[in-house]
Design a protein around this ligand. Structure first.
Ligand SMILES: Nc1ccn([C@@H]2O[C@H](COP(=O)(O)OP(=O)(O)OP(=O)(O)O)[C@@H](O)[C@H]2O)c(=O)n1
Ligand SMILES: C[C@](O)(CO)[C@H](O)COP(=O)(O)O
Length: 233
């Protein structure tokens, strides 16, 4: 039977904010590349049938070597210039799959996604077409315009999105089809594309985890090393 659930690990970025001189997903934490942690989490999950890795240009061979030990790695493909373009590359690869296939998009830069978070996304996808993962904000978040506070949304309404974000393939495909026809397309995640271009589709939010951090700045690498040491057997 064809795979019903595909995890796409987005590793097409160059890690500019990390400033390591190479993509941060190739950096090691706990003795393993960040990419291996992320792919390993989906490989180990019984609800995931295959894993597609979208890698930064120039690093495909390295990514293939890192992910080869994982039995569910189905493809390592080249990403685009933006996260959005990397998602589109994965959707093109999945072009011939039926609309009811479930697809999870995950940042390779989040090495500590755990089974419970993936469980919640898959569980919600049984009843929903789009699912996000979020954690409450501990900080007060404000909108600043021209150096001045323009608005202060009530903190209890604010949620920090993480990944994986899960979709019925037909839904995310349609949302991107509309998005790609929009010359003003700008997005920082895949739920943002559904929210903007398919506003009638509810996006269910399930609980993420504070451990599911995105390794973005140099300090995050220090925190990630600490988290990895806690996980070591
Ligand atoms: N063209 C891109 C840009 C980002 N990503 C992926 O999207 C995730 C979140 O992006 P981010 O943390 O911004 O990673 P980078 O783009 O590498 O970081 P920076 O913005 O600092 O360059 C990462 O796993 C990254 O590899 C991607 O697949 N393709
Ligand atoms: C998808 C995401 O991780 C949700 O928080 C985030 O938007 C990615 O942003 P980035 O600028 O590509 O790191």
């Amino acid at each position: 039977m064809a795979t019903r659930t595909v995890a796409v690990v987005l590793a097409g970025g160059v890690g500019e904010r990390m400033g390591a001189g190479r993509p941060k997903q190739l950096m090691e934490v706990g003795g393993r590349p960040i990419l291996a942690h992320a792919v390993g989490a989906f490989d180990a999950h019984p609800g995931i049938g295959e894993v597609v890795v979208v890698m930064a240009p120039g690093h495909l061979r390295e990514a293939a070597a890192i992910t080869a030990p994982f039995a569910k790695t189905a493809a390592v493909i080249e990403g685009g210039a933006t996260r959005t373009a990397s998602t589109v590359a994965a959707l093109r690869l999945l072009d011939d799959r039926p609309d009811d296939v479930r697809v999870l998009f995950h940042d390779a830069a989040r090495p500590f996604v755990d089974r419970a978070v993936i469980d919640r996304v898959l569980g919600a996808l049984d009843a929903c077409e789009a699912v996000a993962v979020g954690v409450p904000s501990s900080d007060t978040i404000v909108v600043v315009e021209d150096g001045t506070v323009a608005s202060m949304p009530p903190r209890e309404t604010l949620t920090r999105f993480q990944t994986p974000q899960g979709f019925r393939l037909g839904t995310i495909r349609k949302a991107y089809e509309l998005a790609l026809a929009d010359p003003g397309l700008r997005a920082t995640d895949d739920c943002g594309i559904v929210h903007r271009y398919l506003p009638g589709v509810p996006i269910r939010v399930v609980a993420g985890s504070e451990r599911n951090l995105k390794v973005t700045q140099p300090l995050d690498a220090v925190i990630a090393e600490h988290l990895a040491s806690e996980e070591a057997p």
